[in-house]
Design a binder for this molecule. Sequence first.
Ligand SMILES: CC(C)(COP(=O)(O)OP(=O)(O)OC[C@H]1O[C@@H](n2cnc3c(N)ncnc32)[C@H](O)[C@@H]1OP(=O)(O)O)[C@@H](O)C(=O)NCCC(=O)NCCS
Length: 218
Amino acid sequence: MQLRRVRTPHGVVAVAELEGAALDAALADLADAERAHAAGLAEVRRRDFVRGRVALHGLLEELPLLAGPPPPILSNDRGAPALPEGWVGSISHKGAFAAAIVAPADVGFVGVDLELAAPPRADIARRILTPREQAALPDRGRAVTLRFAIKEAIYKAIDPVLRRYVGFTEVELDVHAGGACTVTSALPLAIDAAWCEYEGHWIATAQASRRSTSPSGR
Ligand SMILES: CC(C)(COP(=O)(O)OP(=O)(O)OC[C@H]1O[C@@H](n2cnc3c(N)ncnc32)[C@H](O)[C@@H]1OP(=O)(O)O)[C@@H](O)C(=O)NCCC(=O)NCCS
């Protein structure tokens, strides 16, 4: 089993790659409540769940304030991982890989998304990009997948606050070289996002917190 760490502006992202016997062993090592949850999932979903928990626990084990046996991380009523009090976190899976991020709750909420750094398999550009984003992307291809990843990371960071479905075109991105991204939306949140390419994947991260001033880009 490989667990690697990727530094991002929103914290360290742990990336787990697990297959076969290592995956079975990881399932056996989960906390009782996590194993019980996994037992109720269909095969593919169970594998994803185990990979995601392995990545998340890899980070939790390093937190100084969480001494003792690893706490089971189940999901909240919206599907997000429910971290121990004082912490926030997020998970994503893609194939044999899963990524997780954990941060102190006082930074706001965080989100992570992992996608293949390849053109999308279906033409999703019109569904996920605003007209301005489409106009700025004449070549599409894997740049669309990157924007998809960033928006999903944002969704995971904002859903714990908004607790509603947020459409892909409610947020507009200006993606810059080197991993930066300007996020513009009318949502009552300060949203920050970043991205990097890691072993054939896009890793997107986001952080969101409430804001009281009028909406603007950053
Ligand atoms: C929830 C969603 C983001 C998950 O993305 P996905 O590509 O299907 O799957 P991923 O593997 O990347 O992520 C799955 C993980 O997301 C997390 N998740 C699920 N629902 C969540 C929610 N409401 N809020 C935060 N995280 C959530 C879970 O940790 C889940 O893994 P787990 O069940 O093993 O713990 C996606 O299905 C979705 O509904 N998107 C809504 C639309 C959107 O993204 N809009 C963009 C607006 S900016």
